[in-house]
Design a protein around this ligand. Structure first.
Ligand code: SF4
Length: 227
């Protein structure tokens, strides 16, 4: 497998927000979201065997929560899925951040998937969500919409309602997009959509969703990597 980095921090998003977590960031992505904050994952990466990854995770114990992220982890599904089975068997709790564009049916059900549905503001990546992945969602899973503007919010709202998403996953995340050129201020001024607006819209519509701020961009300076 090709890895960009492996490190321990706290989980920045989802219902695990703030919980210590080991991040395994895989190289490569087949999408190009307009607001991507992980372009450094698109190329390169260091080759690792599954045993080497397991050893690195063991060296960072105690920390039972592991997230696979990227890039797009499912581009390396052939090696990733057996590694997940092995880590689940060893008692770890696993998460995976995925764009929702690759097939997810073969991911072990115990893995907490955080599945993006790309909104129009994602630019070239808009409409990339693979609709059959709705059937692969479990009540371990969370669905995330990154919002750039009101049009993105309305897309998310309609998608949530049209597909009865609240009945298909445990948590629906609405995440204001973040500037690609943030200041060093740990401030919502770096969000390209004011979180307060998202809250007002959610409440007005009675939407069964959760505001999601990426807390690592407030705990540390927003451009800091490996946190
Ligand atoms: S799917 Fe993720 S890594 Fe890929 S371009 Fe979009 S935000 Fe970046």
């Amino acid at each position: 497998m090709h890895l960009i980095e492996l490190y321990k921090s706290v989980q920045g998003e989802s219902s695990f927000t703030g919980v210590p977590c080991i991040f395994v960031r895989l190289a490569g992505c087949n999408l190009r979201c307009a607001w991507c904050d992980s372009e450094y994952t698109f190329t390169g990466g260091k080759p690792y065997t599954a045993d080497e990854i397991i050893a690195e995770i063991a060296a960072l114990q105690p920390c039972p929560l592991i997230e696979f992220t990227g890039g797009e982890p499912m581009l390396q599904a052939r090696e990733l899925l057996p590694l997940m089975q092995c880590l689940l068997g060893a008692g770890y709790t696993l998460m995976m951040e995925t764009s929702g564009e690759r097939p997810l049916a073969d991911v072990p059900k115990a893995v907490h998937k955080i599945v993006d549905v790309k909104c129009p503001g994602a630019g070239a990546a808009a409409n990339s969500f693979r609709m059959e992945n709705l059937a692969a969602l479990t009540m371990n899973d969370e669905v995330k919409f990154v919002l750039s503007d009101r049009a993105d919010y309305e897309f998310a709202r309609d998608f949530i309602r049209d597909h009865d998403l609240a009945a298909k996953c445990v948590n629906i995340l609405l995440s204001p997009a973040f500037s690609k050129t943030p200041t060093d201020l740990r401030s919502t001024e770096n969000a390209t959509l004011d979180p307060r607006l998202v809250v007002e819209w959610m409440l007005a519509d009675g939407l069964p969703a959760r505001l999601s701020l990426q807390i690592h961009k407030y705990v540390w300076e927003p451009r800091k990597k490996g946190v």
